[in-house]
Every structure is written in structure tokens, then in C-alpha cells.
Design a protein around this ligand. Structure first.
Ligand code: CP3
Length: 333
């Protein structure tokens, strides 16, 4: 059985597998080297030789239990024909959302645009390095994708006041997102992804009254779809105030917590396997602090099925030696 499945399916509490969000990325000099020669980020994701190589870079260096495919949640709007670019020191920049054009896109058009992501998954998952490890495929949650598609850039810490103005646009877009996310999940699984993680990076922007319509129901539709394929699904509703309620409503196979949630509170209230939590900034300190903070999570979750990870992606300024030290600390625990 693959390491993450032992925790997620078997509910094993005697060992803690580890992988790290954004483990393939800018903190690694070998990634920055490739990135330098590939200024167009989307094209890099769509170069399956390079994206599979980047996916495996952290596994060649560190004793990790899973690979997460090097791609992006914004491959969905890209596949739907919305313009997606990444600007240095700015982040994602999307073109205008044109519903009249997006509704004309069918499954074949979409797959044609993003097919190299699936080819990369096939290459990665069949690599012997991953024989006894998981290959994680992923999607953005409908809410977070809706935010990017309408806002056309990262919302930072709040939504535009008129974000919900055009309800027709919002509802039609959500229904298109649901349809194509299922297509995207199916193709990742068919090519070797054996876990799906759903990233809802902007879940924390919503008021409580809006959670059922924009988070719980749309995410449940996808969680049930992944379950129907017999693949475990991990949700990461970053910044949501009530993880307990999220889990009761959506019931994924495991939940990634963010670093603002008190892990002691999490272990008391969450009934399903937990992943993550450690503040990525801890990796910018020293070995003693890293050991202390990582042990804190491992101690708190010692009798709970727990996958080690962070409470958000690894920061680009992280020293790979500190990353290595963290992995070793978890493995030696
Ligand atoms: O190693 C991995 O985790 C796999 C690859 C991965 C990337 N993006 C690569 C990437 C994954 C799982 C994502 C998910 C993603 N993408 C999320 C959800 C997780 C989160 O961080 O909240 C979001 C919101 C996005 C959208 C996105 N992509 C943003 C906001 C940015 C720019 C932010 C930044 O750090 O500059 C990206 C670009 C991006 N995606 C990079 C990487 C490695 C950096 C690209 C670069 O400039 O080299």
C-alpha cells in the first residue's frame, strides 16, 4: 500500500508520511535554472519533459513520500480559453472572462489544450522512483477558480465590493467549472494520479452565510466524483474559520489545515485524517526551531492519522538544507 493510503485509508497512526506543498518550485536552484530558460510559466507546465523532470527534482534530493505534479490550478481557465499569464513579482494575470466563448468549449478542445499535463503525470507515475510513493494530482476548488476567473488576478486579502454583482455569470461559470474539473480529475487519474488534492486558497475570503453555496456544495460535488473513481481526496480550504463544519459537510478522505488553526483544537474537533499545518516561515529560522515546531505537530497528532506537510506552500526563500532537515526530523521521529 502507498504511504499516504496507509494513513488515509488504513488510518495508521504509527507513521507519518511527508510531502510538502510547492515542493517543486523556486526554493530549488535546479528549478530556478530551468525557469530562467523558460520565461513562460504556462508553457513550462505544458512541456511534459521539463514538467515531469521538475516534479521529480525534490524526490531526487529528499526522502519524500509523494510527488505532486508540476502544473497549476489555473490550467483550468487556460484550458477553457481564458488568457492566463504569470508576471514576475505580480503573480497570475488573466484575460477577461468571456462566457459566450467559454460555453462553446467542449471536452475535446479542453483536453487538447492541457493534454501535456496528463502526459507528464503518466511519465512521472511510471518512473521507478515512485514505485512505493504516491503521485498527487490536483485541482483548484470551484470557489478559488471563480475568484481568479472573475477577479483576473490574486485578490490579496479581500474581494471587490461588486464581486457578486452578476449572479448569472457566477452561476453559469460555476457550472462550467464543475464540468471541466471532473474532466480534469478523470484524466489525471487515468494517467496515474493516485491521490487528488483540492486547493481552495481563497476559502477564507467568504462570510459564513456564503459557505454552503460557494464552498460546501461545489466542493462536495467534486469530492463525491473523486470518491466514485476510488481515489482518495484531500481538501485544503485555506483560511476557513470552521474546519469542523467543512469536514462534516464535505467529508473528504483527509483535510489539510492551515497554520492559523490551532493543531490542539484540530485534533479535538476533526474526525478524519489530517495533513499539514506547520507555518512555512518556520523553515526560515534555525534547526532547533524547526525540530521543536515539527515535533509539536507530530506530538499533538501522535494518536491521529496524520500526514506531515506545511500550512501553505514552501516559501521561495527557503534554504534547501533546512527543507532537508525538516524531512529528516519527521522521518527520525
Ligand atoms: O510543487 C507543487 O506544489 C506543485 C505545483 C503547484 C504550483 N501551483 C506550481 C507553481 C501547485 C499545486 C500550485 C497550486 C496553486 N497555484 C494554487 C493553490 C495553492 C496555493 O498556493 O494557495 C494557487 C492559488 C495557484 C495560482 C498561482 N500559481 C499563483 C498565485 C502563483 C504565483 C505565486 C508566486 O508564488 O509567485 C502561481 C505560480 C506558480 N505555480 C509557481 C509554481 C512553482 C511559481 C512560478 C514561478 O514564478 O516560477
Amino acid at each position: 500500500m502507498k504511504p499516504l493510503n496507509k494513513v488515509i485509508i488504513k488510518k495508521n497512526t504509527s507513521f507519518n508520511p511527508i510531502w510538502i506543498m510547492r515542493q517543486a518550485g523556486r526554493y530549488l536552484p535546479e528549478f530556478r535554472q530551468i525557469r530562467k530558460d523558460n520565461p513562460n510559466f504556462i508553457n513550462l507546465c505544458l512541456n511534459n519533459d521539463l514538467s515531469s523532470e521538475i516534479t521529480l527534482q525534490p524526490l531526487k534530493r529528499f526522502d519524500l513520500d509523494a510527488a505532486i505534479i508540476f502544473s497549476d490550478i489555473l490550467m483550468l481557465p487556460y484550458g477553457l480559453g481564458q488568457k492566463v499569464e504569470f508576471e514576475k513579482n505580480f503573480g497570475p494575470k488573466l484575460g477577461q472572462l468571456k462566457l459566450d466563448e467559454i460555453i462553446k468549449i467542449d471536452e475535446t478542445d479542453f483536453i487538447e489544450k492541457v493534454n501535456n499535463v496528463y502526459k507528464a503525470i503518466k511519465k512521472v507515475s511510471s518512473n521507478p522512483i515512485l514505485n512505493n510513493k504516491n503521485t498527487i494530482g490536483f485541482i483548484g476548488a470551484p470557489w478559488t477558480l471563480l475568484v481568479y476567473m472573475i477577479n483576473q488576478k490574486s485578490p490579496k486579502n479581500k474581494l471587490k465590493v461588486n464581486f457578486f454583482e452578476n449572479q448569472v455569470l457566477i452561476n453559469k461559470t460555476l457550472s462550467i467549472i464543475d464540468k471541466f474539473l471532473k474532466i480534469h480529475i478523470k484524466n489525471q487519474v487515468n494517467n496515474g494520479a493516485n491521490i487528488i488534492q483540492i486547493f481552495d486558497s481563497w476559502a477564507g475570503l467568504l462570510e459564513k452565510k456564503d459557505l454552503p453555496d460557494y464552498i460546501y456544495k461545489p466542493t462536495l460535488s467534486l469530492v463525491n466524483y473523486v470518491k466514485s473513481l476510488n481515489v482518495p481526496v484531500i481538501c485544503f480550504p485555506r483560511g476557513i474559520k470552521n474546519y469542523k463544519e467543512f469536514c462534516e459537510f464535505v467529508n473528504p478522505d483527509a483535510i489539510n489545515i492551515d497554520y492559523n488553526l490551532d493543531p490542539k483544537e484540530a485534533v479535538k474537533t476533526i474526525r478524519i485524517p489530517v495533513q499539514g499545518g506547520l507555518d512555512p516561515k518556520v523553515l526560515l529560522t534555525d534547526k532547533e526551531t524547526i525540530k521543536k515546531e515539527a515535533s509539536k505537530y507530530l506530538n499533538i497528532f501522535k494518536d491521529h492519522p496524520y500526514i506531515f506537510n506545511l500550512g501553505h506552500g514552501v516559501l521561495p526563500e527557503t534554504d534547501p538544507n533546512m527543507f532537508e532537515y525538516l524531512v529528516k526530523t519527521v522521518k527520525d521521529y
